[in-house]
Design a protein. Structure first.
Length: 264
């Protein structure tokens, strides 16, 4: 008993926190199974490694700031002709992240751009990458507040250190010149070391109009598309196609009810 207590204290001192909690159970199992010294040590360090991996994944997932969690396997390719199964499998491999390639997902609202980017973030997190999701509006706000807000400084530090960064709804709103400059310098800081996923309902040829400065727009575009894959998603709204209904009959409309009219 004294030995177990001393061993637990030493583990805590060595920051083997998770194993220290499980030490009595690990020792009991070793006695029951008559482990050799080497087998017992292997069990101890394997347990600590597994627990640290679990905690690290939880931390990566928390820092990712995802709007929701949807795995890529849930994405219905039958309603999205803009991407093939082969392309999706290649994206899931994440070899492009190791090479700091970028991905630009274009298309109108609702075709699955955000769904794909969230799924790729989750895939990256599972494989040990630091992946973060942020909307363009949130990013611009953080950049404008960086010099005066500790919270913005911490957020932007995480963004700059990410292996994979999703910028959702790029160019959804027009930028003024100051915002465009801040965004350019941010992209310039990270584009060689970080893979960037951009979702936008505007094609790159329209970015200059929304930024309001053709030179800055061209500089941003140059850095993003230098090493990139551009995928244009088409078809009907993914959300509408996969909508959930409050009635058993999916064809029954709720619009009539909101106007006080009962559907038959």
């Amino acid at each position: 008993m004294e030995q177990t207590k001393e061993l637990t204290e030493i583990m805590r001192a060595l920051r083997l926190t998770e194993t220290a909690r499980a030490a009595p159970a690990l020792i009991a199992e070793a006695n029951e199974q008559q482990y050799s010294y080497a087998d017992f040590l292997l069990q101890v360090f394997r347990y600590e490694q597994e627990q640290r991996a679990i905690k690290a994944r939880i931390k990566r997932l928390k820092n990712a700031n995802l709007p929701y969690e949807r795995a890529l396997d849930e994405f219905d390719l039958t309603v999205q002709p803009g991407i093939s199964q082969r392309q999706l499998n290649e994206l899931k491999s994440l070899t492009w992240v190791d090479q700091s390639y970028n991905l630009v997902l274009l298309g109108p609202t609702g075709v699955g751009k955000t769904f794909l980017s969230v799924g790729l973030c989750l895939q990256a997190i599972e494989k040990g990458y630091r992946a973060i999701f942020i909307t363009m509006g949130e990013l611009v706000k953080a950049l404008k507040m960086e010099t005066i807000s500790r919270r913005s400084q911490i957020l932007l530090k995480r963004l700059r250190e990410a292996h994979l960064l999703v910028i959702d709804d790029l160019m959804f709103l027009a930028l003024d010149k100051k915002e465009a400059n801040l965004f350019f310098h941010f992209i310039n800081d990270i584009y060689e070391e970080t893979s960037i996923i951009i979702t936008s309902n505007k094609g790159p040829q329209q970015w200059g109009e929304l930024i309001g400065d053709e030179i800055i727009a061209a500089a941003i575009l140059d850095r993003i598309v230098q090493k990139s894959e551009i995928i244009e998603l088409t078809g009907d709204s993914y959300r509408v196609t996969h909508r959930q209904t409050i009635f058993d009959n999916p064809h029954r409309s709720v619009i009539g009810l909101s106007n006080g009219v009962q559907n038959p």
